[in-house]
Design a protein around this ligand. Sequence first.
Ligand code: PAF
Length: 281
Amino acid sequence: MIIYNTKKEIREALAKCRAAGDQTGAVPTMGALHEGHLSLIETAKALTDRVVATIFVNPLQFGPNEDFDTYPRSVESDLARLEASGCDLVFMPDRAELFPPDFSTKISVAGVGEDHCAISRPQFFDGVATIVTKLLLVLSPDVAVFGEKDYQQLAVIRRLVRDLDIPTSIVGVPTVRQADGLAMSSRNQYLAAAERDAAPALFVTLTRAAEKLQLGHDWSIVQGWATARLIDAGFSSVDYINYVDASSLAHIDRANRPGRILAAAWIGKTRLIDNVPVKET
Ligand code: PAF
């Protein structure tokens, strides 16, 4: 596995791979890698010949009062995990390599990039869309792999790639969970022991809510039930629990098409997100 810090070097290395006839797969990350990220690498390896992971904690996607400074950084163990997972190349630029001091462009995805997480994190999807566009332009991968845990992020990336005619196939990978159902997340490290014990209630509640929808229950009742259940389980507040069309992310209230329940909730000082599918009945 070879590590590159500049755009020029990684571009040259990937151009050589392509010249040799290799298909390339990209896995963009912010580091603090866990099993969820490794499943993205595994998928990229299964689909392509050469896998490049990126590690970059993107300042654009953090709000002024969010955890950019304290976001977990564990480069040595990340690199060891990537190497063990069979990743071929790593792109690890510093901030100046990607953002000149007068950087002033923003990619903004209307529709799927609004509502849900965008309400409490208004800068988040523009920040993600801008960095992902830049990474796809630097790497020009045939395939790029992202987790379904960040379901709205995945929808934003699919949309920008389609709208901007970026010739990369976007592949979504199902969420990897702990044995008790908690979705793997770099931010799980923030949870104190009692919070960690309560956290699986998010997935359990969303799963039950999906079952209730499939039994024909009214969404407004299910939403109220799910909110109360999370608070009972020890969550401090619920940011949102929304039932949406699986591709447009528009609000729906009946299981007459493929849907998704998306949620974000606070447990102490940690904001957790999760989502589950709701089949068409
Ligand atoms: O999901 C993440 O880790 C980040 O949002 C991403 C896609 C790497 C962009 O910084």
